[in-house]
Design a protein. Structure first.
Length: 300
């Protein structure tokens, strides 16, 4: 078994070296399909279908930027797994960067983290990403332009905010101060994707007056690709609930008889269409325990 593992490892590393050399000499020599991939855990046909489907979906010019971000992420990953020429991989990534630079940098950092965490004998397919290593400087140079604009002090402050923070006057003063200093909602352009929700999570605990006060900032943040619309949807729902009105997107819930139930929903029939327009998943999938509620609502 040990000899077999060493043989497999050597074969893959040979293929990896061959890819880098071949890519340097001629992009046309890059193979689209390595049969070895089929036998070590990567489903080639699945990746190929995902690649082609993503290509087709991206032809739809009416897609919002957040939907394109997901598609470009899949497109990029599949191109790597299928060993497309590095020039094409970079071109796909660049298009994603133009659409949503923060998501594109998140995707590339994820790929490089996977490369650095390779366990050759347990997860051999990750070795096949080695062709990306020689282009690491290209990707990082683009992303560093974004990273240099981040507010490192604010990022450190947000990272230390507990999830169960209690909203009080002190927190209100802090929230007003942070937003006043930023001059906008402090989203991706200031703190990156991993922390874009932090200020929103504090804001979401506030009363109706505060939520309505800062709602225009959230709307602008989504328009400027600085905040994912799922957070805006939750704020819009919270405002409706606080007004005693049915929510729109089904994001707000209450514990009733030890079970989680949604607050009343305005348009149950078109709910999933509305949710999709804000980057939310289907209501049934997210709330599988709420099937009875939906059926009762439909019957009404």
């Amino acid at each position: 078994m040990r000899n077999f593992q060493l043989f497999t490892f050597g074969l893959i590393m040979f293929g990896c070296t061959h890819l880098v050399i071949a890519n340097t000499i001629s992009q046309d020599s890059m193979p689209v399909h390595y049969p070895l991939m089929d036998s070590i855990g990567i489903n080639f046909n699945l990746e190929k279908n995902l690649f082609q489907l993503t290509q087709q979906e991206l032809q739809n010019q009416s897609l919002p930027w957040w939907d394109k971000s997901v598609l470009y992420g899949n497109y990029f990953a599949s191109a790597i797994h299928l060993f497309y020429p590095i020039a094409e991989i970079k071109q796909i990534w660049n298009k994603g960067y133009e659409n949503d630079p923060y998501a594109s940098c998140y995707h590339i950092e994820h790929e490089f983290q996977r490369i650095n965490q390779i366990e050759y004998f347990k997860n051999i397919p990750h070795v096949l990403h080695c062709v990306m290593m020689r282009e690491k400087d290209f990707f990082h140079s683009r992303c560093n332009v974004l990273y240099e604009q981040y507010d490192s002090l604010l990022m450190k402050e947000l990272a230390n905010i507990p999830t169960n923070i209690k909203y009080d006057q002190k927190v209100q003063v802090w929230l007003d101060s942070v937003i006043a200093k930023a001059g906008k909602y402090p989203g991706r352009s200031m703190v990156g994707m991993n922390l874009e929700y932090k200020v929103w999570s504090v804001m979401q605990k506030a009363d109706l007056a505060v939520l309505e006060k800062y709602l225009p900032l959230l709307i602008n943040a989504v328009k400027n690709k600085d905040l994912h619309p799922t957070f805006l949807a939750a704020s819009l729902d919270k405002i409706e609930v606080l007004k005693g009105l049915p929510q729109i997107y089904g994001t707000q819930h209450i514990i009733k008889d030890e079970k989680e139930e949604p607050y009343p929903i305005r348009d149950m029939q078109n709910l999933n269409t509305l949710r999709g327009g804000m980057g939310l998943g289907r209501f049934e999938a997210k709330n599988s325990s709420l099937g009875d509620y939906m059926e009762n609502t439909k019957r009404e």
